[in-house]
Design a protein around this ligand. Sequence first.
Ligand code: GDP
Length: 283
Amino acid sequence: MTIQWFPGHMAKAKREVQEKLKFIDIVFELVDARIPTSSRNPMIDEILVNKPRIMLLNKADMADEEITQQWIAFFQKRHIKALAIDSQAGTGVKQIVAAAKEMLKPKFEKMVAKGIKNPRAMRALIVGIPNVGKSTLINRLAGKHIAKTGDKPGVTKAQQWIKVGKEMELLDTPGILWPKFEDEEVGLKLATTGAIKDTILNLQDVAVYALNFLKQHYPDRLKERYSLTEIPEDIAALFDEIGRRRGCLMSGGLVDYDKVAELVLREIRTEKLGRLSFEKPNE
Ligand code: GDP
């Protein structure tokens, strides 16, 4: 779903998340494992100040495994707990409750020390930008299908707690925050991975970005997928080669660049070029 974010929406979304935080012991910050920086909200650290947090690198099934491990080590160095998960298949999701329990142990031990015999369940909130997989994860954790609220800031309904086993309760509506779209490269990465819809950015611009990235970081996959012996220097020539091989032609036989752009992006998003990561730590 495409969301139009305006300054007023952003302020409201921020307030809504801050409001929810009052009831929360721990936040699960969901990012896309393929673009852990670009899929974050630029104000998240400011919004979540001092809240225990676990970074969830979601869609790890689509990301380059080795790079995901580098990200986990990167966060670990900064004393941030990060887990790689696949909310769709459920891989890694079981670790979340255990990690939260571990992180909140001191807090709950204090409650017990104060004489509270049966401390309540941990209360958690999922936050993240649109399309990062928040609803999918909520449904996974809930073990049933929870209706998705309008994916728009400001669309609220009565909130409910979902039980996740005996030890955790999760707010049924996630915190939805905006990405850093003022940065052009962030926008291109979000579009390449399919987090923002193709109507927002020019399709050919996105494909040019994606192909240049593949050329630089995954040249062998690019060659193999499109049966290229060499990758042409010139990006237009690369579009031509792919277009001719895959029949993306206009009447008269000229290569249809829009069709090539669509094809390449579709194939990236459906893992036809394998598992890809578009950001490494420390770049
Ligand atoms: P939300 O806007 O953050 O609530 O995102 P959704 O839960 O609606 O997910 C957006 C899209 O990503 C949907 O098509 C999901 O099926 C897909 N998705 C979510 N999590 C994963 C995952 O871990 N792996 C893969 N491959 N797809 C996922």
